[in-house]
Design a protein around this ligand. Structure first.
Ligand code: SF4
Length: 402
């Protein structure tokens, strides 16, 4: 089914690599079956025979309505019970794509409905998506054009918040700012955080004299004049590493279910010489700095667009700042996700004594799976709020701005 859609370039290029996928999506997580497909599995005689011992009822009251059942995993391998030896889906092979539930049919796509328009992004937890995002400098170039959608596109509807036009304008300004490649990505994140903080006051009606358009133009102008460099230098003088320590100590306590993410986490903790016997401290903060200088900074120099593409993809996927009532909270979760990925990259770089594009691709899709299916981000946000570190100043201090 082809439909006009707003989508970045990489979405239009994406093709599932099927049996060639280095780590296909059919394992380790519960695939929720939507009610309509489930009815088919339980009423179509041909499907009943295949599916009756492959389903498990969902008793979770929060998700039961949208996914009344799950597809069973093979307890020995953790793989989907419908998966064949070669990694392909036996259900799809016998009955075609129409037999897939919406979860399998949609993955790795995210659909968002904004009024009558549909926006499509993909999750980086798919290896092919991670590769496209990290390989192509122009991966996030947006266009509105016909796009082949899934057979059962499951779109979440974006409620129009108050000040919709201002929020839309802010989204466009943030996209422009985050892709301003003349300055470092970390500096762009710093400026974007300042803009979000200021925009929040406008959305709350605390400043009736400035329009969102004027505010965004002012920030572009100041960015081009190098105005924020001075502020950055001042903030860096008082960097106490507090936020970095919270991230490290939350990572130490994390016990991921996803085997592949567990591997990446172990590598990172080894690289940072964190044993779990004592909390991370000054020594680990110095290691993070060492990793930045030796490995990540040179990598960013060669390929700054790789992480930029990931951040921009999160922004569009979350429809930030349109979807969020409190835009500072929305920005915080995007920003902390970035810091988390950077911290893991640092540990891995130290452990391997190198950090290349392939490492970021592998870490990205494993991170996508590990973080999406864990409470890691929630724990981190709670810790930061409890320690009063969920602020723009704390975020700015955690960046490498000079
Ligand atoms: S993870 Fe991505 S490339 Fe791999 S099988 Fe799933 S959709 Fe295809």
């Amino acid at each position: 089914m082809s439909h006009d859609a707003l989508a970045p370039k990489y979405v239009r290029k994406f093709q599932c690599t099927g049996s060639k996928c280095p780590d296909n999506c059919c394992h380790s997580w519960n695939v929720g079956v939507d009610p309509e497909t489930l009815r088919g599995y339980r009423t179509n005689p041909a499907l009943i025979a295949v599916m009756q011992d492959k389903l498990i009822d969902n008793y979770d009251l929060k998700t039961k309505e949208s996914s009344p059942a799950y597809i069973k995993l093979n307890p020995q391998t953790g793989k989907c019970s419908l998966q064949e030896e070669n990694g392909l889906c036996s259900l799809q092979k016998r009955f075609g794509e129409d037999a897939l539930c919406a979860t399998c049919d949609n993955y790795p796509r995210h659909y968002k409905m904004l009024g009558n328009d549909i926006t499509v992004t993909l999750t980086e937890s798919c290896p092919e998506v991670a590769k496209l995002l990290i390989d192509d400098p122009e991966a996030m170039e947006l266009s509105f054009a016909p796009l082949e959608l899934s057979k059962k596109p499951h779109a979440s509807i974006i409620e129009e918040q108050e000040n919709y036009a201002d929020r839309y304008q802010l989204l466009q300004a943030l996209l422009t700012l985050l892709r301003h490649r003349n300055i470092s990505l970390e500096m762009r994140l710093f400026i974007a955080g300042l803009l979000v903080q200021r925009a929040q006051t406008l959305l709350e009606g605390d400043d009736n004299e400035t329009s969102m358009q004027d505010l965004c133009n002012l920030y572009f102008e100041l960015t081009n004049q190098g105005y924020f460099q001075q502020q950055a230098r001042e903030l860096q003088k008082t960097n106490d590493g507090a936020l970095g320590l919270v991230i490290l100590n939350v990572l130490v306590q994390e016990k991921p279910n996803q085997h592949a993410f567990k591997e990446e986490l172990k590598k990172a903790l080894d690289g940072l010489q964190i044993t779990g016997k004592r909390p991370a401290g000054e020594e680990q903060l110095n290691k993070l700095k060492e990793a930045w200088k030796k490995h990540l900074k040179p990598f960013y120099k060669k390929q700054s667009y790789a992480l930029e593409n990931l951040v921009v993809n999160w922004l569009i996927r979350d429809m930030f700042p349109i979807q969020r009532q409190n835009i500072q909270d929305g920005w915080a979760s995007i920003f902390v996700r970035y810091l988390l990925l950077r911290t893991l990259s640092s540990g891995i770089a130290l452990q391997q004594k190198s950090f290349e594009k392939q490492d970021l691709i592998r870490l990205t899709y494993r991170f996508g799976r590990g973080v999406t299916h864990s409470s890691l981000m929630d724990k981190l946000m709670l810790e930061l709020a409890g320690k009063d570190l969920k602020s723009n100043v704390a975020f700015a201090r955690a960046l490498h701005l000079n």
